[in-house]
Design a protein around this ligand. Structure first.
Ligand code: ADP
Ligand code: MG
Length: 395
């Protein structure tokens, strides 16, 4: 849905519900990671961009002391949240956890909002790997700022949202999603150092280039040990290389230690996990350089190589995301496709494809059609350009 329409629909819904005009409208985008996958917990780099899909909240002051009341249109439910004290996490995680957690963590940060009520609308697909959760948290935090008539440092804001996700939604996520949703810049992707929190906005504003996101609409059931096992493998590799985080190791050091690592229990696997991380760091740097030069074909090659590494060394792809990347590659440069890779945690989910804007829709339709023929699954897809981060919309 075009941004302005989403804003209008939130405001209309607020007026219909509360019989007055919204005082504040806030928006926070979802995101997609262009490259730098499974790198955050090793202290490495990620390279997300905000997408033109948002959680929007239209809100206004209310007369119920010490209370925020928010209606989620998607769930058709209202939640009530205390503004007086930091409430503890509820035992069962549901959408209230994200909103209540963000409010609680904002109170803890010293924000003192006046009572408010509001309506939450969103066109970020829920659970689609585009971080509807972070966009909801960051939207709520931005609304709490408005209702407090105070702004906090955006890094603090992102971190309080991450804390809400950890402690209230029980999801031990990195910092990427909240950082990009809070601080994304229009026409730029964010090269983010997950160890120092340093970040660089890298232009991706060439009108001839766009980003195609295709959701395989497959989510493979996991036993639950997949992610912890990979984290542990990386931690073990770091230990064997004598560094605190794999970030401090080098490919040369890994190669030199190959025999010793492979002699360990599961050593072959541990070696490959570390190789994914260390090569991904190099790919991410080269990808950013290629974007700075406007060499999209070179950027695309890094994406394909990244996918291969996630498939062979990290083993988090699946036949469906492999197929989507393969179909993109088969279209190739002559059909406007520069490169593609899976994005997000893996085992299903979405792919991200760098495309020529003028050929994006045709390429997208061609990939979707072949994917559906081969798998019987209809993928969801959209083309986007890098969007701006969270904001209070004034007019
Ligand atoms: P993702 O972040 O990849 O979309 P998550 O499982 O992390 O998936 O977060 C999805 C959850 O976030 C939803 O199940 C819901 O609890 C919450 N959420 C996201 N958007 C909304 C919304 N508009 N209204 C209420 N809850 C939402
Ligand atoms: Mg999420």
């Amino acid at each position: 849905m075009p941004f302005q329409e989403l804003i209008e629909s939130a405001r209309k819904s607020y007026s219909a519900r509360f019989g007055k005009e919204a005082r504040w409208t806030v928006a926070a985008p979802g995101r997609v990671n262009l490259i730098g996958e499974h790198t955050d917990y090793n202290g490495g780099f990620v390279f997300p961009m905000a997408i033109e899909r948002y959680t929007v909240i239209a809100a206004g002051p209310s007369d119920t002391p010490g209370t925020a009341s928010l209606y989620s249109e998607i769930f058709d439910q209202t939640g009530e949240f205390s503004l007086l004290e930091k409430t503890p996490p509820a035992p069962k995680v549901d959408w209230h956890s994200y909103v209540g957690g963000t409010i609680a963590c904002a109170l803890e940060k010293g924000l003192r909002p006046k009572p408010f009520d509001g309506v939450i609308v969103s066109d970020v697909p829920l659970g689609g790997g585009l971080s509807s959760s972070a966009s909801l948290e960051v939207a709520v935090a931005t609304l709490v700022e408005a209702a407090s008539d105070r702004k906090i440092d955006p890094v603090e804001k992102a971190l309080l949202c991450q804390k809400a996700e950890h402690e209230y939604a029980m999801m031990p996520c990195g910092i990427m999603d909240q950082f990009i949703s809070a601080m994304g810049e229009e026409g730029h992707a964010m090269l983010l150092d997950c160890r120092s929190f340093e970040r660089e906005s890298v232009p991706l504003d060439d009108p001839n280039v766009a980003v195609l996101v295709i959701n395989s609409n497959v989510k493979h059931t996991l036993s639950g040990s997949e992610y912890p096992e990979r984290r542990n493998d990386c931690a073990r590799a770091a230990e064997l290389l004598g560094v605190e985080l794999l970030r401090d190791a080098s490919l040369a050091a890994l190669d030199a230690a190959r025999e010793a690592i492979e002699a360990e229990p599961n050593g072959g696997r541990i070696f490959r996990r570390a190789r994914h991380f260390l090569t991904e760091e190099e790919r991410t740097a080269r990808f950013a350089d290629a974007l700075r030069r406007g060499d999209y074909a070179a950027a695309g090659r890094e994406m394909y190589a990244g996918h291969r590494s996630l498939k062979e060394d990290y083993e988090v792809t699946c036949p469906e995301t492999d197929l989507l990347v393969d179909l993109a590659a088969r279209l190739g440069l002559e059909n406007g496709v520069y490169g593609a890779r899976m994005t997000g945690g893996g085992f299903g989910g979405s792919t991200v494809t760098l495309v020529e804007t003028g050929k994006a829709e045709t390429a997208s339709a061609a990939i979707a059609e072949k994917y559906e023929t081969e798998t019987g699954i209809k993928p969801s897809r959209f083309v986007t350009r890098p969007a701006a981060g969270a904001r209070l919309i004034e007019e």
